[in-house]
Design a protein around this ligand. Structure first.
Ligand code: SAH
Length: 245
């Protein structure tokens, strides 16, 4: 839950949003709005639920353990990000959280942790925490859509059932310095793939390069850490093919 200074609090709720719609609050939400943010009845805040856009809502009941808001008017329609997924191998906890937060801000439709040959922290990944990070990042960045964070799956398994119409921007650290090859003609659904700190195994690289829909891409002449690579790749993709222009 996040508030800009001197601007309206934005809160994610599960409840449907619409004109005149009442929205009951959970205990945690009531604690945050009335205990932490000190809001009183009559205060207006922004609500999102990931489906119905953004709404102004007024506090009509402020309790210690619950409360009620009523939606006034829609302030933003639902704005979907472009159809780009981010697949990455989980790294250390804070850096994995950083990747989820940045992917949400930069505009990814889906965030997919994948286990690769050299992924070593996979057993410690907490998907529920990552989902909470995506929610908070959406509240903070003014977004109306929360990217789905999928359960961890093996990369090999994900690729077995891959829809070949979705291209893969395969960020290959062995291409150091070769030109990145995303062009305006490469529209349609995409997924970005970032490897772990240990990089991709030769076997994985061979398999990925053999896929007709995988496009090996360089992220410049230096080796980036996986979290930097995720941000750089999404930025390149958004600039070439996304909704930034
Ligand atoms: N240990 C590896 C580097 C892994 S970097 C090595 O020394 O070679 C982690 C991931 O970030 C890589 O698997 C790749 O997906 C991405 N990455 C980092 N730098 C990159 C670059 N210059 N070009 C393309 N991908 C890069």
């Amino acid at each position: 839950m996040f508030a800009f200074m001197a601007s309206k609090v934005r809160l994610f709720v599960e409840h449907p949003l619409g004109g005149g719609q009442s929205v009951p609050l959970t205990r945690d939400q009531a604690h945050y709005l009335f205990g932490v943010m000190r809001m009183a009845e009559g205060t207006v805040l922004s609500l999102i639920n990931g489906r119905d856009g953004e709404w102004d809502a007024t506090v009509v009941d402020a309790g210690k353990k619950g409360g009620l808001l009523v939606c006034d008017a829609q302030t933003k329609p639902l704005q979907m990000p472009p159809d780009v997924w981010l697949m990455f191998a989980p790294i250390r906890k804070e850096r994995t959280a950083f990747i989820v937060e940045k992917a949400t801000e930069l505009g990814a439709a889906r965030i997919m942790p994948v286990q690769t040959a050299y992924t070593n922290n996979a057993d410690r990944i907490r998907i529920d925490k990552l989902r909470a990070h995506a929610l908070e990042a959406t509240e903070q960045c003014g977004g109306t859509y929360v990217p789905e964070v999928t359960d961890l799956e093996k990369l090999s398994k994900v690729l077995t059932s891959w829809d070949p119409t979705r291209k893969i921007m395969f960020c290959d650290e062995t291409l150091l310095g070769e030109a990145s090859a995303l062009t305006q003609t490469d529209g349609g659904p995409w997924a970005i793939l970032i490897g772990p700190e240990g990089g991709f195994s030769d076997k994985e690289r061979g398999q990925l390069r053999a896929l007709p829909y995988a496009h090996p891409v360089s992220l410049g002449p230096r080796i980036l850490r996986a979290d930097t690579a995720a941000v750089a790749a999404l930025t390149l993709w958004q600039n070439a093919l996304g909704d930034w222009s």
